[in-house]
Design a protein. Sequence first.
Length: 257
Amino acid sequence: MTRRPYIVGNWKMHGTRAMLSEARAIDRAAQRHMKVEVALAPPYTLIHPIHREAEQIAVGAQDCHHAEGGAFTGDISAAMIADAGAKFVILGHSERRTGHGEVDAMVRAKAESALAAGLRIIMCCGESAETRESGKAVAFVNEQLKASLPLPTAMPADVAERLTVAYEPIWAVGSGTPATPADIGEMHAAIRALLIDLFGVEQGAEVRILYGGSVKPENAGEIFAVPEVGGALIGGASLTADSFMGIALAASEPFEN
Ligand code: PEP
């Protein structure tokens, strides 16, 4: 993997305009870490204000609706978030899958809609604690990802540019306990094989695969050293510039990949 590590913050439902100063600090710090690609997915309400001020970081959304528009009270389309300045959207996050009943087919429809609106997508996947304990984590994630990604025929030619995959074991998200390097390595290798199978070596080998789930400045170096880890999707530790950029710093040090 020759691409820059990709470090993405997911602010979830945190942040009013009072957080704009933190986004500014992240943007300033990102200008000193050019070896790393830094991006932020704030709540919808902060996409435009952050986009307007940001000089270095890309801004994205945490979800979008699959339809272009219509009678969907409370929803927001891919074209709308793109219009607000979003360059990417996170899709299939476990908090959407479990909290909002998003099934794989729904996630796929959103992905196709986002790509049509010109957005890059970060496709999340990950198993529950029960699935991991049953020894079926790799098979589960393989099936979930295959069913959630757009069909290869629906992908643009520059797959590696438009698609990022984030492996986020559900039990590791927000728990304070990340997956072990061995488990991350096994899963990322399986995801890489699937991406090559779906999109061919040229594109499939270049898609970045992020790890997400309790990444902190203290454990980031160990995680980034795992083969096939191309960066991280970060929740809690992305809420302050200090901890988020501590992770970016760990990613800017050489790691074998
Ligand atoms: C996430 O929400 O995508 C996430 C990885 O959260 P945390 O870093 O807090 O575990």
